[in-house]
Design a protein around this ligand. Structure first.
Ligand code: FES
Length: 126
């Protein structure tokens, strides 16, 4: 699999909260399995105030930030901001990085090229 690197075993997500932190190409990411069994690999830092999405709540095919509740789907798109007025479209302008993942024979792979191409605030912190 060209350009794909192993980041975890499928068994690593066999836990009550199927979610683990991953660092790939210096990017802080969170790998999770949603309630349909699909995988997501998205930026770990919420673009609002930087909360760690590893502590987020798994729901509706994505992760809800533990701080103010912004909700991100598996593509990294923000799909809800609870404190915004009803009908607000602000969330459509907000997203976190997303790295394509695939699962084969009990192993999970991420597309390293996508991680290398990402820029922004997801750099690994000391
Ligand atoms: S820090 Fe994530 S919603 Fe505010």
């Amino acid at each position: 699999m060209e350009n794909w690197v192993r980041i975890a075993a499928s068994a690593d997500l066999d836990r009550p909260r199927p979610l683990i932190p991953v660092t790939l190409a210096g990017k802080r990411l969170v790998l999770f399995r949603d309630e349909t069994g699909a995988l997501g690999l998205i930026g770990r830092n919420c673009p609002h105030r930087g909360a760690d999405l590893c502590y987020g709540r798994l729901e509706n095919n994505g992760l809800r930030c533990p701080f103010h509740g912004w909700h991100f789907d598996r593509t990294g798109q923000c799909v809800e901001q609870p404190a915004e007025p009803e009908g607000s479209k602000m969330h459509e302008q907000i997203r976190v990085p997303m790295i394509p993942v695939r699962e084969t024979n009990g192993e999970i792979y991420a597309q390293i090229g996508a991680a290398l191409a990402q820029t922004g605030s997801e750099e690994a912190r000391p």
